[in-house]
Design a protein around this ligand. Structure first.
Ligand code: RTP
Ligand code: MG
Length: 140
């Protein structure tokens, strides 16, 4: 399996509880390497643009409000089959459905305040990485 990249966000519910290190440790233990990282307070425009695909969903407004409610840590992760590897360690969107050993099982507060975002395809990973990082900010 080839080494690839994915995009991750440590969400405001996690930064608020000082879990950036604990979440990152689980990502690293899953075989992912942080090759870019920065802490940001997203603007409404950034959060709204990032979640544009969910614009018609009933939770869009609340999601944008949540994602701008505190700092996030955006990261590029590298590893074998990175998108799937990350989705596996994240666990199900709703922590009530998340498996033992996953980040969301360990830390998520609710279906919305669910600690992490992870790209769901290689194509979306490339788009999402480019949304937040220049090439020279990523050191593999
Ligand atoms: P993500 O995009 O953040 O990695 O999460 P995901 O693929 O597991 O979930 P997705 O369906 O893409 O939804 C994006 C984010 O929206 C929030 N959400 N709220 N209130 C609700 O019913 C609801 N459903 C989803 C979550 O923060 C979810 O991660
Ligand atoms: Mg998603």
């Amino acid at each position: 399996m080839a080494v690839s990249r994915t995009f991750s966000i440590i969400k405001p519910d996690a930064t608020r509880r000082n879990l950036t290190g604990a979440v990152t440790k689980m990502l690293e233990e899953a075989g992912l390497r942080v090759v870019a990282s920065k802490r940001l307070l997203l603007t409404e425009e950034q959060a709204g643009g990032f979640y544009e695909v969910h614009k018609e969903r009933p939770f869009y407004g609340e999601l944008v409000e949540f994602m701008t409610s505190g700092p996030v840590v955006v990261q590029v992760l590298e590893g074998e089959d990175a998108v799937k590897r990350n989705r596996d360690v994240m666990g199900a969107t709703n922590p009530a459905d998340a498996d033992e050993g996953t980040i969301r099982k360990a830390f998520a507060e609710s279906i919305e305040a669910n600690t992490v975002h992870g790209s769901d395809s290689d194509e979306n990973a490339a788009t999402e990485i480019a949304f937040f990082f220049n090439d020279d900010e990523i050191v593999g």
